[in-house]
Design a protein around this ligand. Structure first.
Ligand code: SAM
Length: 225
């Protein structure tokens, strides 16, 4: 699941993760980040999520990072938004798209300049870790640990589910489940990892049922350094 994998997914429009509406857990737990209008929120591996618009609606400066140029183009086209042309590549290899209080850094998260995360007053992360191959997950968490300021909270929305091996016909993912133990292990360097809540989403997710899932929970965590 390197960036090539995701570029191909976007190319084939296999984007079952895209909700098409603001995420329910974000709306329920947004206040836990204690952000004020004008603050900066960073959204890693953002796809073309409607959450970007919802966060803008809160008066925030919103910065997303997404490797797929197609996802970025579709975000602006779907929402009929004009953006500034930023033909110049930054030294990191990203192309930056600007639209009012929204900046989208199109390129690899791991090459994002340090100052982008250092500016963040909060991070909203849905389904990013499970998009990465196992060997990159610890690097992903470490980048936040190193580059965020100590008080910056991370609102983390993860997906945990179980598949019946027979019903799934041997299908193993993606998506892959993100268990509580995995979250605690991955963020163990941070001083606080609080689970804010979990929502049973199986009934609303026919695609999970089709993949043999017998339970599916969206879980929300607040992580602080
Ligand atoms: C599971 S999707 C989640 C998207 C979004 N957070 C949402 O809730 O709809 C993961 C996204 O991460 C992007 N991605 C994967 N690896 C990346 C990387 N190294 N840098 C930037 N984006 C990446 C993929 O193109 C994909 O859009």
């Amino acid at each position: 699941m390197d960036t090539e994998f995701w570029l191909e997914k976007w190319h084939r429009h296999q984007i079952g993760f895209h909700e098409g509406r603001p995420n329910a857990s974000l709306q329920q737990w947004f206040d836990a980040m204690a952000l004020q209008p004008g603050d900066h929120v960073f959204v890693p591996l953002c796809g073309k999520s409607q959450d970007l618009l919802w966060l803008l609606g809160k008066g925030l400066q919103v910065t997303g990072c997404e490797c797929s140029p197609q996802a970025v183009a579709e975000f602006f086209a779907d929402n009929q938004l004009q953006y500034e042309h930023c033909e110049d590549q930054t030294a990191s290899g990203h192309t930056v798209f600007q639209c009012g209080r929204l900046s989208l850094w199109q390129g690899d998260f791991f090459r994002l300049p340090e100052q982008v995360l250092a500016l963040a007053d909060g991070v909203y992360d849905r389904a990013a870790l499970i998009a990465l191959p196992p060997d990159l997950r610890q690097r992903y968490v470490h980048k936040f640990y190193q580059e965020l300021t100590a008080e910056t909270p991370i609102l983390l929305v993860t997906l945990d589910f179980q598949r019946d091996p027979v019903l799934s016909g041997g299908y193993q993912g993606p998506p892959f489940p993100h268990t509580d133990d995995m979250v605690k292990r991955q963020y163990q360097a941070f001083s606080r990892i609080d689970k804010l809540g979990e929502r049973d989403i199986l009934a609303n997710e026919p695609k999970f049922q089709a993949q043999g899932a017998t339970s599916a929970y969206e879980k929300t965590w607040l992580v602080t350094r």
